[in-house]
Design a protein around this ligand. Structure first.
Ligand SMILES: [Fe+2]
Length: 286
């Protein structure tokens, strides 16, 4: 199966850069690479970062880029969240719609995005501000209910009909519901890869200028949906690979699913309550 609709953030597989030794070696000698197309995170990106090169991925149009341009305060807020999530052993997510998901943490590091590639060997996606972590292999248990208004990327649509994901031992085992569930099932089945159903990075949005409504305001090819991934207080569920976090799962099927109105606790401490950040140093106001 080929990447559909140019969605580099939703389809992890080799690109035109893969195997191009001249280009890869040139990037390894650079201080900073600005990636405007989305290189394969499972291979050459790691090699280039290991050489100390910084990489910043930029795919949003100028209007979104300027509205969400990274500020030092975004970095401070994300690092405050990392201070909690980075040492946590458990995450529990609940929602009135029926989500009740528990995972163990500790096997893999956090995914820390604040829009700057400010250290040697650092990758970031600009603009963005969120924290996430890959759960311990096989530990995810429970149910995730996608409610109307939640967003599935790469579809770049708002869910209209509830989707019930049954999760056992780290994998989505059943996708139940109406039209949206059928669409999701069909898309995931098209990869013919059982590893595509694994639970991937989990976390929450920390960008206070990002908007839940933004996805409805742009044509799909105009935006890479960084508003959706970053808006403050979202819970982002995801499925598929964990190679970026140091795991061995390289499946190309990757979904990012920003959700509204969820409550997230780590080690029993609430981070997000019904879609609102509740820890003071995660907020820039209030
Ligand atoms: Fe992702």
């Amino acid at each position: 199966m080929q990447r559909m609709a140019g969605e580099s953030t939703a389809y992890y597989a080799p690109t035109a850069l893969t195997g191009n030794r001249a280009a890869i070696e040139a990037m390894k000698t650079a201080d900073l690479v600005i990636d405007l197309f989305g290189m394969y995170r499972g291979s050459e990106q790691e090699e280039i970062l290991a050489a100390g090169t910084r990489i910043i991925l930029v795919k949003e149009p100028p209007e979104v880029f300027m509205r969400l341009r990274p500020l030092e305060s975004d970095r401070t807020r994300v690092l405050a969240a990392h201070a909690r999530l980075g040492k946590a052993k458990t995450m529990h997510v609940q929602s009135a719609a029926g989500t009740d998901l528990k995972v163990a943490l500790g096997e893999y590091p956090c995914l820390i995005q604040y829009g700057f590639a400010d250290e040697p060997g650092r990758w970031d996606h600009c603009p963005s501000a969120f924290i996430a972590i890959w759960p311990t292999e096989g530990s995810a248990q429970g149910t995730v209910v996608l409610a109307p208004g939640d967003m599935i990327l790469p579809f770049k649509t708002y869910v209209q009909t509830p989707i019930r994901l049954s999760i056992r031992d780290g994998y989505v085992r059943e996708i139940a519901g109406g039209l949206d569930a059928r669409y999701l099932r069909d898309y995931m089945e098209s990869f013919r890869d059982p590893e595509g159903y694994a639970v991937s990075h989990l976390g929450w949005g920390l960008h206070e200028r990002a908007q839940w409504t933004a996805l409805g305001m742009y044509d799909k090819r105009q935006t890479n949906a960084m508003d959706a991934r970053s808006f403050a207080g979202n819970f982002m569920f995801s499925t598929g690979p964990n190679a970026e976090g140091g795991g061995t799962r390289h499946t190309p099927c990757h979904l990012d699913i920003p959700m509204q109105d969820c409550s997230v606790t780590v080690d029993g401490e609430p981070m997000v309550l019904e879609g609102r950040l509740v820890v003071a140093d995660q907020r820039s106001v209030g």
